[in-house]
Design a protein around this ligand. Structure first.
Ligand code: C2E
Ligand code: CA
Ligand code: CA
Length: 395
């Protein structure tokens, strides 16, 4: 275990005050291809977080004289992007709430390891992150983007769309795609939305970006959606909804490109959609009257009431990926997913689950009679040409 020469592979840092347990974990992880380091105190641990730059962290939440929750809070404060596995002999309820607190602070919690554990459980958790780690590398490329660069990007069309397929769970057939914006930055490469959307919002350019996305997406869909029944979903930020000409522009584009509005789904986050205002309801209603579909995105992360959901003119409910990620390890998350699907059915809303990363989640969602699914396990977001190829092979 070399102090400073750190390889590019998988590095695990363990914080546990029980050397025997920590050694067992270390041995299993080493045999699984990890370079491992052990810390017995938070001081030592935070030093290693900085110097050893672990890709994975295992923390015992219950250590005498140490507060595991406090350690999580500090990890969030230093912007830690490692995949975190929480370990404890405590009951599931406590671990689940610690997990939720960690996720809310933006930490990557891969899962929970009960004490005692089986080696296979540990190995599964250590592998569970591969997709997320890739995603984080893509977002962590060095360098900040500036307002000037953003303006240039809007002027010279550096924004591109990727498309992620969705399938019908009952048949496995393709249902449609979701358009996801990326910034093809001249020096930093392809940037994901979390890296630049806050800046776009701050610059007051969200409407402009939304129009670009609509224009590019509809032009692509006019071709890719011809001769099939596919749908295309577009993400709409809250700001665009207060724009009175928004619906008209969208409608005109569809007429121009001969795209049926019934095949276009506008996704609004739960928080945006339920922000109570007469304007929102007006615009949402106009959107539906023009024939578009409306989806409530990231469902479960906001605080919408059942009556709001029943009153707003939605056609679809999209279960947030954090619940899908947790549904196999957390009984509570599983119940939440099940009840959301039940609620969707009762209100005649199409139910879609996002963030499906493995076969077990796919199977669980099928059993719960969720209608559609999207996620890395089915397909990653791809550029326009690649996704057309993917679709061609499946339709
Ligand atoms: P979202 O609407 O929840 O989109 C789904 C996000 O989950 C996408 O991230 C997608 O790449 C990612 N994802 C898909 N499958 C999986 C999976 O199996 N596991 C995990 N962990 N993640 C998965 P992306 O593309 O980085 O977009 C992030 C967010 O940025 C979107 O979240 C959406 O809120 C926003 N966004 C994306 N495109 C646009 C856009 O054109 N306009 C606006 N206003 N917002 C956008
Ligand atoms: Ca979305
Ligand atoms: Ca979402």
């Amino acid at each position: 275990m070399d102090q400073d020469k750190v390889d590019q592979g998988r590095r695990l840092l363990i914080l546990d005050d029980e050397p025997t347990v920590a050694m067992t974990v270390a041995r299993i992880a080493e045999r699984h291809g990890f370079t491992v380091r052990l810390s017995e105190s938070p001081r030592e641990f935070f030093h290693d977080v900085a110097r050893f730059a672990p890709s994975h962290i295992i923390i015992d939440l219950l250590m005498p004289g140490m507060d595991g929750v406090e350690v999580l809070r500090n990890l969030a404060a230093v912007g830690c992007h490692a995949n975190i596995i929480m370990m404890s002999g405590m009951g599931a309820k406590v671990l689940e709430s610690a997990q939720r607190a960690g996720l809310e602070r933006g930490l990557r919690i891969s899962g929970i390891l009960p004490k005692p554990f089986k080696p296979a459980e540990l190995r599964a958790l250590l592998d569970a992150d591969a997709d997320r780690a890739l995603l984080s590398r893509a977002t962590e490329a060095d360098g900040e983007v500036s307002l000037g660069e953003l303006e240039a990007a809007l002027r010279t069309d550096q924004f591109v769309l990727h498309y992620q397929p969705k399938i019908h769970l009952a048949t496995g057939r393709v249902a449609g795609v979701e358009a996801l914006v990326r910034w093809q930055h001249p020096t930093l490469g392809l940037l994901l939305p979390q890296r630049f959307l806050p800046l776009v919002e701050q610059a007051g350019s969200m409407d402009l970006l939304t129009y670009r996305v609509i224009e590019t997406g509809l032009a692509w869909f006019a071709e890719a959606g011809r001769g099939n029944e596919l749908t295309m979903a577009i993400n709409i930020s809250g700001g665009s909804l207060t724009d009175v000409i928004f619906t008209d522009v969208l409608s005109e584009q569809c007429t121009l490109l001969k795209v049926d509005p019934a095949r276009i789904i506008l996704e609004l986050t739960e928080t945006t959609a339920t922000r109570r205002s007469a304007d929102t309801l007006d615009i949402l209603t106009r959107v539906r009257l023009k024939g578009f579909k409306l989806s409530i995105d990231d469902y479960g992360t906001g605080y919408s009431s059942m009556s709001q959901l029943a009153q707003l003119p939605f056609s679809e409910i999209k279960i947030d990926k954090s619940f899908v990620a947790a549904m196999l390890n957390s009984g509570e998350a599983h119940k939440l997913v099940a009840s959301t699907i039940g609620l969707g059915n009762a209100l005649h809303l199409l139910t879609v689950a996002e963030g499906v990363e493995n076969e077990q989640q796919l199977r669980a969602l099928t059993e719960l009679e969720c209608e559609q699914a999207q996620g890395f396990h089915i397909a990653r977001p791809m550029d326009g040409a690649a996704v057309r190829e993917w679709l061609r092979e499946r339709i």
